[in-house]
Design a binder for this molecule. Structure first.
Ligand code: HEM
Length: 322
């Protein structure tokens, strides 16, 4: 019996470390999660509480409650990131171009260079953007599949006869599983709500509401995805078919209707990578094991920046019989 959400959080942390910075963080190497990961999670939890606590600056100043951990947690993570950066400088990382290399190349071309503190913040951004979102989405997807054996049977059908070890196969030849991922993000969006500060000038929304500069706007993919006026009366049901056309291709919705990956020029840069990771995790696990949910563990979400499953997703696994 184990918490698969925890495994996903470790796997996606290692994946983003490898892809973006050429180094695995080693989250799957030991039973206990590394301090880097524990303190990273704590920093995010405290930051989220700050958004809802008008007294946070007072608490931070006097180091009250969880705020007393913030500085030391930040130090553990920042030290870990600086170590990744120095490994990279000394050539002690995977021998291929990473996202960080590409960003630095672009900056150099434009006549700029990033000081270490900016590189550190870029690493923070990528860890936040690339790790939690995908682990959370994979957990809800896993849960939905276990709740819908008919859908899981179709996923198995889609796997049949395919070379699932090839990444191009996983990327291009799994429309049904891709639809499962997208439908999961509709009903359980990893980023359930997000804020935008209106800086430049006053403007009017398409529905006529006037927005003044200085306003903070919040929109919620979670509410969007559960609005019957947008998704129909069956909007609370998880139905991957929603995202498939009659030709078994992915049905496209406007970014306004489906803002789970944001939209416009700020559309999530990692959408394709996230879908690939989710499919890879599901295919690898379900091709080797049968899973069942541990009973009497209610499934609900945690109030946080990311829509984690509260208290994890506890499952039992047995080697696959067929
Ligand atoms: C299921 C997984 C994911 C979801 C649901 C998701 C969702 C989002 C959302 C909603 C935003 C906009 C945030 C905001 O501005 O308020 C965003 C931005 C971003 N995402 Fe993702 N994301 C996912 C995975 C990833 C992955 C794997 C990466 C890889 C590095 C990534 C990289 C980024 C980046 C760099 C941005 C900033 C884009 C910009 O502002 O121009 N995301 N994502």
């Amino acid at each position: 019996m184990f918490d698969i959400q925890d495994i996903f959080a470790r796997a996606t942390m290692d994946a983003i470390g490898s892809i973006a910075f050429g180094q695995e963080i080693g989250c799957l190497d030991s039973v206990d999660p590394p301090a880097f990961m524990v303190e990273f999670d704590r920093c995010q939890a405290i930051t989220h509480k700050r958004m809802m606590d008008p007294l946070w600056k007072f608490k931070s100043f006097f180091r009250v409650g969880e705020e007393k951990h913030f500085t030391s947690s930040m130090k553990v993570v920042n030290d870990g990131i600086y170590k990744l950066l120095s490994n990279r400088k000394s050539g002690n990382c995977e021998n291929r171009k990473t996202v960080l290399d590409l960003l630095e190349e672009k900056a150099t071309k434009d006549g700029n260079s990033f000081p270490d503190s900016v590189l550190r913040d870029i690493v923070w951004d990528f860890l936040i953007a690339g790790r939690d979102t995908t682990a959370c989405a994979s957990s809800w997807l896993f849960y939905c599949l276990l709740q819908h054996p008919d859908v899981l049977a179709k996923v198995y059908e889609e796997m049949e006869g395919k070379d699932i070890s090839k990444f191009t196969t996983v990327l291009h030849e799994f429309p049904y599983l891709t639809a499962c991922c997208l439908e999961t993000e509709r009903l359980y969006p990893s980023v359930p709500s997000t804020f935008k500060g209106v800086k430049a000038h006053n403007f009017t929304l398409p529905n006529g509401i006037k927005v003044e500069s200085g306003t903070s706007l919040e929109y919620s993919p979670y509410i969007n995805g559960r609005n019957p006026q947008i998704w129909g009366d069956d909007c609370l049901e998880w139905k991957p078919e929603r995202f498939l056309t009659e030709n078994n291709e992915i049905r496209q919705f406007s970014q306004g209707q489906y803002p789970s990956f944001n939209g416009g020029p700020r559309l999530c840069l990692g959408k394709t990578m996230a879908l690939l990771e989710m499919k890879r995790l599901i295919i690898n696990l379900f091709s080797q094991f049968d899973f069942e949910l541990v009973p009497n563990r209610p499934i609900t979400y945690k109030v946080a920046i990311i829509l984690w499953i509260k208290d994890g997703l506890w499952v039992r696994a047995t080697p696959r019989s067929k």
